[in-house]
Design a protein around this ligand. Structure first.
Ligand code: AHR
Length: 306
């Protein structure tokens, strides 16, 4: 038989169709739902059996979801790890069971698990670049608005860590800006609204809100209005994701700019799986392309937003 080498990635036997796991983190926003729909539609189109789980916002449940996929003998696991560290045991358990893992959209701590060794590859956006693009837009279009409140995503998740890093570095390098507060709104609309409300009270001079996703940006619109201020005029709101509701808010002038985070993973995910089964070498990171929306193109792009 095959000796199991600790350094080696599990292989994928060549078959017509597969039984594949997709371990989703939560389904509390349009981005997650668009991602899930894209995965389900592509699996159905290609005739693969998809074992789908929803961790409902719990990293512990997501670990047990992966363990149950292993017990069910899936051929490969697509994993969207909620946070960078707590999902390491799931990646390692799949490796030990001889099941290749492809990380989708979020990554795990690179010092604890490696692409091409512990998991096959990471497919998703460059979150550092998303944060940097948002900062670059602000640097060009601030028009005197320099006091920034940052609404961070889920603590310990790769998009929260990296969107902060890319943004903060570019803003610091530009000079003249100040991040007056930076706090997690857990990528959720109501949490984002509550945190924005509290931070606007603590920092009445703030005039920019940078939200790590649309849900928190939409929550921030309510918070700004509740504070008696006008979004887009008194306070610039910046977002990442690019769902229809946020792009419509750009058309309406309430959100100033959005960096897209492309949720359409299905075709690339299954194509990568088949390339691996065919013996191709897979790059450790496969980066998705993201668009950008502001007043110059939001109306024209609205129909294409997810
Ligand atoms: O990992 C991507 C992020 O997760 C999206 O920006 C957010 O909306 C989702 O929950």
């Amino acid at each position: 038989g095959f000796g199991l080498n600790a350094q080696e990635l599990p292989k994928l036997e060549k078959k017509e169709t597969y039984k594949v796991g997709f371990a989703q983190t939560e389904s509390n926003n349009p981005w997650r739902i668009a991602q899930t729909n894209s995965m389900k539609a592509e699996a159905e189109k290609l005739g693969h059996q998809l074992v789908y789980t929803d961790a409902a916002g719990s990293a512990a449940k997501q670990v047990s979801d992966v363990n149950s996929m292993i017990a069910q003998g899936v051929d490969l696991i697509f994993l969207a790890p909620r946070e960078e560290k707590p999902l390491i045991p799931a990646v390692m358990a799949a490796k030990k069971a001889g099941i290749p893992v492809i990380l989708l959209d979020r990554s795990v701590d690179p010092s604890l698990a490696k692409a091409g060794e512990d998991y096959l590859t990471f497919i998703g956006s460059d979150f550092v670049e998303e944060g940097r693009r948002m900062a670059e837009w602000l640097i060009k279009n601030a028009d005197g608005k320099t006091k920034i409140i940052q609404l961070e995503g889920t603590t310990g998740s790769s998009p929260a860590n990296d969107r902060k890093k890319g943004f903060d570095e570019a803003i610091q390098a530009a000079g003249g800006f100040e991040i007056v507060a930076s706090q997690s709104g857990d990528f959720a609309r109501d949490k984002g609204r509550q945190v924005a409300e509290a931070l606007l009270q603590a920092h009445p001079d703030a005039n920019v809100i940078y939200a790590h996703n649309d849900e928190m940006a939409i929550g921030a619109i309510s918070a700004v209005e509740a504070a008696g201020k006008v979004p887009g005029k008194d306070i610039l709101i910046l977002s990442i994701d690019g769902g229809k509701e946020a792009v419509q808010a750009v058309v309406d002038g309430k959100i100033a700019a959005v960096v897209e985070c492309n949720p359409r993973f299905g075709p690339k995910a299954f194509e990568t799986m088949m390339r691996y089964a065919n013996g191709e070498t897979i790059a450790p990171i496969l980066v998705n392309e993201d668009k950008f929306y502001d007043a110059s193109n939001a109306a024209a792009e609205l129909a294409n937003a997810y």
